[in-house]
Design a protein around this ligand. Sequence first.
Ligand code: HEM
Length: 395
Amino acid sequence: MVIPFGAAVWLARLGLQQSALMENPYPIYQVWQAERPVWQIEEDQWLLFRYDDVRRVLSEQSFVKGEPWTENPPAEYPDLPELSPSMLMSNPPNHTRLRGLVTQAFQPRHLKRLEPFIVQLAGDLTARLEADGGGNLVQQLAFPLPALVIAELLGVPRADHAQFREWSQHIARLLDPSQTPEARKKAADARWQLLDYFHRLISEKRRQPGDDLLTELVKTESAGDRLSPGELLSMALLLLVAGHETTTNLLSMGSLTLMERPDTPLPDGDWHRAVEELLRYTSPVQLDARMTSEPVTFGEHTIPSGAWITVVIGAANRDPAIFDEPGRLDLARHPNPHMAFGRGIHFCLGASLARMEAALAFPILWRHRWALAGSPLWNENIVLRGLTALPATIA
Ligand code: HEM
């Protein structure tokens, strides 16, 4: 999720990002949550840590997204339309319109048809890991699974899945600030190649409709001219960007959390509550941001209109005012009002899909216990916290 996070830049500058803050940000969050829950870090930059404050910022309409922007394709892609702002960066009424066009497709009853594909894929990937006695759980399962589920959802032909996975791999690096300029260039190129591919696929779906989300969106476009070609394209890209890395990080950080607790009893069949707890515990989206559209008060602090507020979801999900023993993993925790999927009008559109994917994949992967077979590698991305390597062996 690309959002202007002034505070993320500030945290990175503090030099905490590389080591302590990436490997375990929670002790630091705990101190800040208790001692400076409303923290002005620059004239127009604020950080909030408490659950109630985070919920308020994400829920109330006076906290908005910044100015949306459009993007012109490079000269090599003369046929591509200008990319329109996605729903993630839009405010009402445009946000309401864009989200309304895809909401149906993300209802659990529509997602049901993806279930056999997810089960088959999770089974194949797990079987390969088992046959080798272990491997890198990120590269061999947590990364490819969500990428290919989104490919299937959108209607990318199976023959193109491997290419789609490769582009996704490069594009994921755009969200990681620690990448070299060469890697960033490669990632940017891959992003335009993928957009070009989507553009051609959309024309194909116009000629030959399928039973998939891109076809649905094409129909919406032709039905009432409500979704422009540039909007269609940025919607397809958003679904990949918002839905891939986040789910990868849930599967990999969730698995690491379980490996670190070999004595934790695993659920017997139904993993839904366990998935909620792993979402709370790992918070794959650590930070979110909004701008104030009017002066707002938090305790003794008044934040003026036009200031940026970064909310620390990772800290809110461990707030002792809401969660008993927040640092303890309790796979049966209930109720569990975590905010891993955000709140309010931008609440994660793909939450049902991510929950379904995780509740199907975890029991398949964890039919054997896994143990760490080396040091996990953190991605150094302060917004979408996650792992790039998780060496594992059958325990
Ligand atoms: C564990 C996995 C996931 C997590 C933790 C997650 C988290 C989030 C969060 C926190 C937001 C709110 C952003 C904001 O308020 O600015 C969000 C929005 C969004 N997510 Fe997810 N997400 C996940 C998976 C997915 C999947 C699988 C998809 C779709 C394929 C998806 C699509 C979206 C979209 C389209 C939005 C924007 C919604 C809007 O602006 O109205 N996400 N997600």
